[in-house]
Design a protein around this ligand. Structure first.
Ligand SMILES: Cc1cc2nc3c(=O)[nH]c(=O)nc-3n(C[C@H](O)[C@H](O)[C@H](O)COP(=O)(O)OP(=O)(O)OC[C@H]3O[C@@H](n4cnc5c(N)ncnc54)[C@H](O)[C@@H]3O)c2cc1C
Length: 433
């Protein structure tokens, strides 16, 4: 079938990253009857919390409903925004917004500390980021952000006009854009693998295939009811992000799970790959239907992600849409085939900012809004510091307000409508430009 020519022989509907490390149950032990802290979820957030708890002498157990690393943490694009993306949902110059930008930048420093301290080989590379402007108006809006970013996150941000765009990206698709030098990229599954190894080395207990079904408050803590029986805990930390379910309805109704999709191309000739992305930037754009893309760590493939649909669909469906988005930007990739396609869930919040804190006695670190490699690692760590009472300042993402919307219980039935509206708005704005 002609349409199937985008798939290379041996195509896998699985993350490209899993070729190097795939979710595992290795090291899983039977859950205990009790623990000081039960951490729910084994992504970057849960592992970072558990590691810091153990380093502080607190006994924690990580419970994972599926395999370790089954969630977004081994599926993402591996772009580290260094705080810039936190600014996405924040408008104005009010103090709280600036503190969040500053803590967003701190999340990148924290990530680098963990990678160095635990000697994690995850192909970490400081290569900067280029955000392409969808329209001339978007270019102007980006230009207004540059000063705020440089003052509060030391971003090294600057504008690149359309006539110099080819210095950053092998495409004329955008109306210029913004370069952010303080941005990086890594191999997400190898970062996960290294974090998991660090957690194991520290002696944290972990159980895979144990789903938390309900959490009951008791006089001196919690009864965590799981698919394999109850566990008593003094504290519980929820790190379930885009997979937050009915065990924590009060948190579920504050998060909108949105699917994000990625494709990986077959190996490209070296000069073709280099021409697409001469500085190895992480690339993205300003339109509502976000696309984010980069080269694979060996520089030979295009890893192209985006909101092809807002809900999970079969990767063979989303990959056709993403392939079109990719060749719109890089016509030189027409005819290039795909070896992998996959998706995963991110969690959006109603105020566009990540959150940590305590609700009904439960600690949580949630709401990546699409950028959580550094942020959720950081919020997991900050949650542990809060539990042990070892932080001398309050994290900017630890705020009392965690908004929801009237009648919303966590079922994002409206996403296809929102997706359709966003596509229409993007097309209209582009047409006007
Ligand atoms: C396709 C895609 C691309 C992305 N690209 C980027 C990017 O380029 N840069 C960036 O910074 N971020 C990116 N992200 C976001 C980033 O991956 C996430 O923010 C981050 O991995 C979240 O980590 P986490 O630990 O909070 O959650 P996850 O890694 O999603 O882990 C949550 C875990 O909780 C478990 N769980 C849920 N409910 C229960 C329960 N009841 N009991 C037990 N366990 C439970 C789940 O099984 C899951 O394993 C992307 C995400 C996706 C999906």
């Amino acid at each position: 079938m002609a349409a199937d020519t985008i798939f290379a022989s041996g195509f896998k509907p699985l993350p490209f990253w899993w070729e190097d490390f795939a979710p595992t149950t290795e090291g899983s032990t039977a859950p205990p009857d009790s623990a000081d802290v039960v951490v729910v979820g084994s992504g970057y957030g849960g592992l970072s919390a558990a590691l810091e708890l153990k380093r502080s002498g607190v006994d924690a157990i990580v419970l994972e409903a599926e395999k370790f690393g089954q969630g977004a943490s081994t599926r993402n694009g591996g772009a580290i925004s260094g705080g810039v993306n936190v600014g996405k949902g924040i408008s104005g110059r009010e103090q709280a917004a600036l503190e969040m930008l500053s803590d967003g930048a701190e999340s990148m420093r924290h990530l680098e500390t963990i990678i160095a301290r635990e000697a994690i080989d995850c192909r970490y590379r400081h290569a900067g980021r280029f955000v392409g402007a969808w329209t001339p108006d978007h270019y102007d809006a980006l230009a207004k952000k540059v000063e705020t970013l440089n003052q509060n996150t030391d971003s090294g941000a600057r504008m690149v006009p359309r006539e110099r765009q080819r210095e950053e990206i092998g495409s004329d698709f955008y109306y210029g854009g913004m370069v952010v030098e303080r941005a990086a990229q890594l191999h997400p599954a190898l970062y996960y693998k290294g974090l998991l190894a660090a957690v194991r080395r520290a002696g944290v207990r972990m159980s895979a295939g144990i789903k938390v079904e309900r959490i009951r408050r008791e006089a001196d803590g919690f009864a965590v009811e799981t698919s394999q029986g109850p566990i008593r805990a003094r504290h519980v930390a929820i790190a379930t992000n885009g997979y937050t379910g009915e065990a924590t309805p009060q948190l579920r109704r504050r998060l909108v799970p949105v699917a994000s999709h990625i494709i990986a191309t077959e190996e490209l000739p070296e000069d073709l790959a280099h021409g697409l992305n001469p500085k190895w930037r992480s690339l993205s754009n300003t339109c509502r239907i976000l696309c984010y893309y980069r080269l694979s760590p060996d520089g030979r493939r295009m890893i192209f992600g985006g909101r092809a649909r807002f809900t999970p669909v079969d990767p063979t469906v989303s990959s056709r849409i993403l392939h079109r988005f990719m060749t719109d930007r890089f016509p030189q990739l027409k005819g290039v085939k795909l070896t992998h396609a996959w998706n995963g869930n991110v969690a959006f919040t109603f105020d566009g900012a990540p959150h940590m804190g305590v609700m009904d006695g439960l600690h949580y670190a949630l709401g990546c809004n699409g950028s959580g490699v550094a942020m959720l690692s950081y919020l997991g760590y900050q949650t542990a510091r809060k539990i042990v009472g070892g932080s001398n300042r309050v994290c900017a993402f630890d705020r009392a307000e965690f908004p929801t919307a009237p009648f919303y219980t966590g079922n994002p039935w409206f996403l296809p409508i929102v997706g359709g509206w966003y596509r229409l708005r993007d097309r209209w704005e582009r047409w006007r430009a």
